[in-house]
Design a protein around this ligand. Structure first.
Ligand SMILES: CSC[C@H]1O[C@H](OP(=O)(O)O)[C@H](O)[C@@H]1O
Ligand code: ADE
Length: 290
């Protein structure tokens, strides 16, 4: 049996979480550089949790310049098994108004200026991203949100744009025509890297605005986003407190296979593998690289 350790990545407006016992902030070093901030360690209902503010406390780091690899490596290094990603998003559907939560199940990655893999020349690996979200975590998050009577939808596609500027109206309409539910700037490559690191990963996308497609919302502004975000952040803290006791129960391997994502993914012959890269990958992929 596995004793889960719950990682929580807090997005815009979520730079701290409540109710953790024995809370301490600690710096964690990784071979990929520095994570966004110190990580906060503590226990919720006796379950070990590790919290990381995605953009750092005070939000100094833009979506493009986040060190996604360091963030994911640091969580894994600290023993995290399950990652809850909490993110502010714009809505691309009329039925998902500000204040609504979406437990997304798909992503379209339109980001282009980020490091997207732990692997590369010297050790090449290809993991499946067909089902980018851990269903087990998604179900638990949806169940916890429903239990709290939060307005929540299970399933939906999160379009990841590069940013930092918000979309043009034509882009917003394009993504709507693709059937996307919400838009944000951060969940890729985060979800790809979590998969490479064999971490279960699920996102609660918290709607702050209607993006610019909506006739009543001609522009997205940070001011409008932040107003909704603060209320969403309070609800998200409640959601974490409700979900963690369920997710922290000792369990078998993940039925979705997230924790075995690297089985059969590394294609580089053992004799051709770069020892320096193998050393960097020791935490992320040590299970399969030996
Ligand atoms: C403050 S609005 C734009 C900003 O918020 C979202 O970040 P996160 O996913 O970390 O909550 C969005 O992706 C942008 O980075
Ligand atoms: N409309 C929007 N576009 C991209 N990221 C966002 N985060 C919050 N609202 C957003």
């Amino acid at each position: 049996m596995i004793q889960p350790v719950i990682g929580i990545i807090g997005g815009s407006g979520l730079y701290d979480i409540d109710g953790l016992e024995d809370k301490t902030w600690r710096r964690v070093e990784t071979p990929w550089g520095d994570p966004s901030d110190e990580l906060m360690f503590g226990r919720l209902a006796g379950i070990q949790c590790v919290f990381l503010p995605r953009h750092g406390r005070g939000h100094p780091t833009s979506p493009t310049h986040l060190n996604y690899r360091a963030n994911i490596d640091a969580l894994k290094r600290c023993g995290v098994t399950d990652v809850l990603s909490l993110s502010a998003v714009g809505s691309l559907k009329a039925e998902l108004p500000p204040g609504h939560f979406v437990v997304v199940d798909q992503f379209i990655d339109r980001s282009f200026a980020r490091e997207k893999t732990f692997f590369g020349d010297g050790i090449v690996a290809h993991v499946s991203m067909a089902h980018p979200v851990c269903n087990r975590l998604g179900d638990a998050l949806h169940g916890a949100a429903s239990g709290l009577s939060l307005p929540v939808t299970r399933g939906g596609t999160y379009l990841v744009m590069e940013g930092p500027q918000f979309s043009t109206k034509a882009e917003s309409e394009l993504y709507r025509s693709w059937g996307c539910s919400v838009i944000g700037m951060t969940n890729m490559p985060e979800a790809k890297l979590a998969r490479e690191a064999e971490l279960c990963y699920a996102t609660v996308a918290m709607v702050t605005d209607f993006d610019c497609w909506h006739p009543d919302h001609d522009h997205v502004t940070v001011e409008a986003v932040v107003q909704v975000l603060l209320g969403n952040a309070d609800k998200a803290r409640g959601l974490v407190q409700a979900a963690v006791p369920e997710l922290g129960k000792p369990r078998a391997l993940c039925p979705c296979g997230c924790d075995r994502a690297l089985d059969n993914a590394v294609i580089t012959a053992p004799s051709m593998r770069d020892p320096a890269l193998a050393a960097k990958l020791s935490v992320v992929a040590g299970r399969v690289l030996g």
